[in-house]
Design a protein around this ligand. Structure first.
Ligand SMILES: NC(=O)C1=CN([C@@H]2O[C@H](COP(=O)(O)OP(=O)(O)OC[C@H]3O[C@@H](n4cnc5c(N)ncnc54)[C@H](O)[C@@H]3O)[C@@H](O)[C@H]2O)C=CC1
Ligand SMILES: O=C(O)[C@@H]1CCC=N1
Length: 270
């Protein structure tokens, strides 16, 4: 499959990096990017062809991945509409609904909406997918195989669920890095070198994730096993409860979900 990315920023880079690691032929990837600096970066980093011309990047391609910001998608779609000839269009824009994108593309039928995440760069991503009912099976399989190359793939039957995927796994890596930042800060405050704090923090996340993944028990039970009566963890968790940390996280993730819906409403009215 020949793939063209329109937009060569953070998420396109993560997907391209993951595809190349999976031995996807770089010669089959092209990037249309209007920003000269980003274009050079992607060319240098991955050795794929790049350009500014939408028309040249679209003709004879099998799959077009729209990787511009949601706010930039309307303009790109309007330019793209007359150039399409049955290619599969995959949009990774947060919030933007397939019905709106289809309208912008002149009632286009072959659209898959995807919500990947940045660990795709190391093929440890997870992507939620939804297809317009008019997308043919072969195209769905193509979307699955592209995103599967960079991690797990999960199809949802109702498009609205993609906003939940966005709030959980699309934005999720940032929540995890935020927690890591706090742990690193404390490690250094307590006298560890930054490198020591980094090793301890990263291995703790890795170990906890692997343990949860391999265990039959739910994460609450695993947490209780760390929490000795009268010990250190109990004190830390008590403090977190007093500070309402879990509810704050729950509220924050709901806000991410609402923002995805809001972007869909606002931008979809264009
Ligand atoms: N960053 C993330 O973790 C994730 C992002 N997304 C979605 O991916 C999309 C891109 O996000 P990022 O990569 O973070 O943004 P970004 O700002 O890093 O990348 C967007 C790129 O598109 C380029 N661009 C803008 N207009 C263009 C045009 N007309 N033609 C060609 N290129 C154009 C920009 O110069 C920029 O390099 C967004 O819609 C976002 O919702 C989805 C999942 C995760
Ligand atoms: O923050 C955003 O809007 C995008 C979507 C999920 C991750 N980044």
């Amino acid at each position: 499959m020949n793939i063209t990315f329109v937009g060569g920023g953070n998420m396109a880079s993560a997907l391209i990096g993951g595809l190349l690691q999976q031995d996807y032929p770089g010669a089959q990837i092209h990037v249309v990017e209007i920003n000269a600096e980003n274009r050079e970066k992607i060319k240098h980093q991955f050795g794929v062809t790049t350009g500014t011309e939408l028309r040249a990047g679209i003709i004879d391609r099998d799959v077009i991945i729209l990787a511009v910001k949601p706010q930039q998608l309307f303009t790109v779609a309007k330019q793209l509409a007359p150039l399409l000839a049955g290619q599969l269009v995959i949009s990774i824009a947060a919030g933007i609904r397939t019905s709106d994108l289809s309208r912008w593309l002149g009632s286009y039928d072959y659209i898959v909406r995807a919500m990947p995440n940045t660990p795709s760069l190391i093929r440890a991503g997870v992507t939620g997918l939804y297809a317009l009912p008019t997308v043919i099976n072969q195209q769905k399989e193509n979307a699955t195989s592209i995103l599967n190359a960079v991690g797990l793939v999960l199809w949802v039957e109702q498009e609205a669920l993609l906003d939940a995927v966005t709030a959980i796994s699309g934005s999720g890596p940032a929540y995890v890095f935020y927690f890591m930042e706090a742990m690193l800060q404390v490690g250094v405050e307590l006298g560890l070198s930054i490198e020591q704090a980094r090793q301890l923090t990263l291995q703790t996340f890795l170990g906890a994730v692997q343990l949860a993944g391999q265990s039959e028990e739910d994460v609450g039970i695993l947490r209780s096993r760390v929490t000795s009566k009268g010990g250190t963890t109990e004190q830390a968790l008590l403090k977190m409860e007093q500070e309402d940390i879990k509810n704050a996280i729950v509220r924050a993730v709901h806000v991410a979900f609402k923002r995805a819906q809001q972007m869909g409403d606002e931008l979809g009215s264009l």
